[in-house]
Design a protein around this ligand. Sequence first.
Ligand code: RTP
Ligand code: MG
Length: 146
Amino acid sequence: MERSFLMVKPDGVQRGLIGEIVSRFEKKGFKLVNAKLMQVSRQLAEKHYEELKDKPFFGELVDFITSGPVFAMVWEGNNVISVSRAMMGKTNPAEAAPGTIRADYAVSVGMNIIHGSDSPENAKREIDLWFNGEVVSYEKTIDKWI
Ligand code: RTP
Ligand code: MG
């Protein structure tokens, strides 16, 4: 079963959107297999976004991700990586389709509420980085209906 690392960013936590975001993925039929509220160190933020280290906005991005607690999660389900990205909407909320998380709750590219892994390789890398690869395996009786 595919897994993805998703994270409510500091703006989403401050604006009280953890429950709303968890609820969307739960209702979709994905399974939450790990989660924690945490203050991110600069070292972890830089490692997480290392592919972007040469971008002009890298410093601001690290400042933002370390500016307050984030809610880090691992979700499991069929095609969860691509489907959760579709549910999040485009990186720039101004271009995100109505009904997506970023379209519904954000206006600026710098504060776009949520992160989601963009490939199986990055999902594994991020779950290892944020959760030491640990997930909680369990059965839900509703699974056979999803
Ligand atoms: P994320 O990694 O946070 O899920 O976002 P993403 O895949 O949609 O976008 P990515 O290219 O990985 O960029 C990571 C975050 O950097 C900020 N960004 N700012 N100022 C800019 O032009 C710019 N471009 C990207 C965004 O907050 C984006 O989520
Ligand atoms: Mg990304």
